[in-house]
Design a protein around this ligand. Structure first.
Ligand code: GLC
Length: 741
């Protein structure tokens, strides 16, 4: 009897307007056992036009409206790629002064890329996702994967370098880690946002082959393999349309070719036109600089392009309701994946575990560029006096740089880290060396550091050199500092050189003490006119809360450096294609004349010797490589080729080496780079240990994008596999053939 009544009620209800799950009184959209698309349709069917439109635009600086009537929460976004931004006021950029939003500052994404270790990327994504979850943000505005086209780009520190394959492999685990917390990763800035100068206006002209081979792969991997739930349209234009409202990028490529089912979020202030925003693929509009309260609106947000103007067009019938339904479906999918996923974890914030994660990523990303006479690691049995020189040894680096700025729970400076690590074994002295400009407060976050020093450059150098005379080691810690023009959002650098007279300081120190180590903290390549006078050079990045501990670990050898450069260090700016061919930064228009020849691709093509090459990084131990072998001499497009190479740690300390695989195409119908990165594997080896690394090569690894066919093609012919420790340190090669079917 009971069963009959139940099924009778179920039949009754099934036809009712309030579609309840037959098995329970829970409405379908609230029933997590139901397929998400069914829940989306059910929720959509319950919404009014006003409610639908309200979901498509911001209601505050970083939130958009849910549907309280249906129990659908608001959506809350938060920067950034390196940590969870401090809470801001409802309608202000300034931080709100909360006392519980001091986060873990993780290393910049250039450092993550420099680890060449997808496991670090997974750890990064999980950790930052836990912090976003704990702060109840369901969309993290990161990671950024714009390709490093010019060393002047102010935001390169937020991205993953010059190579599409490295960026593609490294972005996937980060996204998966973030989203494992029920927080959407919002990959940015889609696309072609490769500079900050004129970023709101420049229209990028680029050929299809370059777009598909260089600038899209990391976004495609993020969407198709990382399964990103959100993506952010860039500020710049492509084909004359702003990227946040761009038919080609958002409808044709993102949705049409890649099958993206997440939400498209505008950049803040990136939308400029209601109809384009409606029809060209945007779902959620944020940060628009509308003219405030025109059109009799109650607040600026209702004046957004996708707010009242959109509602009016819908009500007049000029725009069909299906246009807003498309957007709301994507937003509801985001909601069911995040805020209404009752099984998602609770997150954690500013924990020792996250600090440890940041430190591990930092230690794996620091790159030992040069180490003559094995000056490093510091010999603590001998070192009695160590001099640290340079403003970057003490300067707060987690605040500043634009939207990725953070209110960090703590930040260990390099000077602190070094003193903590060796202060009880050696005397650690400090000299300023140089004085940069005052730190730039950000979001109302005061740096709380007064680095004012009115001494002349000569006085600063004299002080440093006097102290350097009888030091056992001199550690110069300089570089850039995320102030305007020094690796910051909104403006590019004006040149490749180090600012604040640092070159002169380094030159003077090199003359004073041969045991000089230069630690460059930056998110970009810098010129090093003193490179031949300095025996040891370390590329440290913006390393976040654990900066000082990580740097000290590397300098003392507690950790053996294993980072490899994710971008080329050119000797001079004109060794870079964007500058040699001279269309950077453009004004209204900019043409990427160098095409696919970005980074080492340009260096190889022009036969230029870089200062330090893509993929370069030394170790305190040594590695030998065996000859690469292949399981076949010829392959068909349906087959794969298995390459094997042995790597041995021939030194006396454990270490990690990233074995890199580049593919060279002997002959092709279109010009191709001399080589292209198509595989890498980081191996951790005990002293004397040997491991065999295996790469699988398929036709995709041999392909190039043929714009005429609008597809990737692998042309039959002879190829070479080059295995190396960097793009210029090739250890062995092997030839093989791709046969036609
Ligand atoms: C900024 C940045 C973007 C950031 C957003 C919100 O202008 O371009 O990366 O996520 O606005 O702060």
């Amino acid at each position: 009897m009971q069963k009959t009544i139940k099924s009778f009620i179920a039949i009754l209800l099934a036809g009712s307007p309030v579609c309840l799950s037959a098995q329970s009184s829970v409405p379908v959209y609230l029933d997590e056992t139901k397929p998400i698309e069914q829940r989306v349709e059910d929720a959509l069917s319950r919404m009014t036009l006003e409610e639908k439109v309200a979901m498509c635009h911001a209601q505050s600086k970083f939130s958009s409206r849910g549907i309280p009537r249906l129990g659908i929460p608001d959506n809350w976004m938060s920067d950034g790629p390196h940590g969870i931004r401090a809470e801001v006021f409802w309608d202000e950029w300034d931080q709100a002064g909360w006392t519980n939003d001091s986060c873990t500052a993780f290393p910049a994404l250039t450092c993550l890329a420099a680890s060449w270790n997808p496991e670090m990327s997974a750890l990064y994504g999980k950790s930052i996702g836990e912090e976003a979850r704990y702060r109840n943000k369901n969309v993290l505005l990161g990671p950024g994967v714009n390709i490093y086209r010019t060393p002047l780009n102010g935001r390169n520190f937020e991205y993953m370098g010059e190579d599409p394959y490295l960026s593609s492999r490294m972005v996937i685990p980060y996204i998966q880690g973030v989203q494992s917390n029920g927080v959407a990763a919002c990959v940015k800035h889609f696309a072609l946002n490769n500079q900050e100068t004129n970023r709101h206006t420049v229209n990028v002209n680029i050929d299809d082959r370059t777009l598909y081979e260089i600038y899209l792969p990391a976004f495609k991997a993020a969407v198709q393999e990382g399964k990103a739930w959100a993506i952010m349209g860039a500020y710049n234009k492509y084909k004359g349309q702003w990227c946040g409202q761009n038919q080609y990028l958002l409808n044709d490529i993102l949705r049409g070719e890649w099958g993206f089912d997440g939400v498209v979020v505008s950049d803040w202030g990136g939308i400029n036109n209601t109809r384009q925003a409606i029809y060209n693929g945007l779902d959620m509009e944020f940060g628009s600089w509308t003219d405030g309260l025109s059109e009799g609106t109650s607040d600026a947000y209702s004046n957004y392009y996708l707010a009242t103007p959109f509602l009016k067009l819908l009500k007049s019938g000029e725009v069909k309701e299906e246009e807003v339904d498309k957007k709301v479906r994507n937003i509801l999918r985001l909601v069911f994946r995040t805020t209404m996923n009752t099984k998602r974890p609770w997150g954690s914030f500013g924990t020792p575990e996250h600090g440890a994660a940041g430190r591990k990523i930092a230690e794996e990303g620091i790159v030992l560029l040069k180490n003559e006479q094995n000056l490093l690691p510091i010999d603590l049995t001998k070192a009695k006096k160590i001099l640290v020189v340079g403003e970057n040894a003490v300067k707060v680096m987690t605040i500043g740089g634009g939207s990725s700025s953070l209110k960090a729970k703590y930040e260990i400076s390099p000077q602190e880290g070094i003193k903590q690590r060796i202060g009880n074994q050696a005397e650690v002295l400090f000299a300023r060396g140089y004085a940069g400009e005052k730190s730039k407060a950000q979001d109302g976050l005061q740096v709380g550091q007064d680095l004012t020093d009115n001494r002349s450059e000569d006085e600063l150098i004299a002080e440093a050199c006097n102290l350097a005379k009888d030091a056992d080691y001199v550690l110069f810690i300089g570089g850039l500092n995320k102030n305007d023009g020094q690796d910051s959002e909104g403006n590019d650098r004006s040149g490749l050189g180090l600012p604040y007279n640092q070159d002169k300081v380094i030159g003077a120190l090199a003359k004073t003490n041969k045991n000089l180590v230069v630690i460059n903290i930056s998110g970009n390549a810098v010129a090093m006119p003193w490179v031949n006078e300095v025996p040891a050079i370390v590329q440290a990045w913006y390393l976040g809360s654990e900066a000082g501990h990580a740097i000290a670990s590397i300098l003392t050898g507690d950790v053996n450096p294993s980072g490899k450069l994710p971008f080329t260090f050119p000797v001079r700016l004109e060794d870079n294609g964007a500058h040699k061919l001279g269309d950077y930064p453009g004004k209204e228009e900019e043409t990427y004349r160098e095409g696919i020849f970005v980074g080492y691709r340009w260096i190889d093509k022009e036969k230029i010797k870089p200062l330090f090459s893509f993929g370069h990084g030394l170790s305190y131990t040594t590695f030998t490589y065996g000859k690469v072998t292949a399981d076949k001499k010829e392959m068909t497009p349906e087959q794969t080729l298995s390459l094997r190479v042995k790597v041995k740690n021939t030194g006396n300390r454990k270490g990690a080496e990233t074995v890199q695989l580049y593919i060279h195409d002997d002959k092709s119908s279109l010009p191709r780079p001399v080589k292209e990165l198509k595989g890498f594997k980081k191996v951790f080896l005990e002293p004397g240990e040997e491991q065999e690394v295996v790469f699988t090569v398929d036709k995709k690894a041999l392909s190039f994008f043929d714009p005429a066919k609008h597809d990737w093609i692998a042309e039959p012919g002879t190829f070479e596999a080059w295995v190396g420790a960097s793009s210029t340190d090739i250890k062995s090669k092997i030839t093989f053939k791709l046969n036609s079917l």
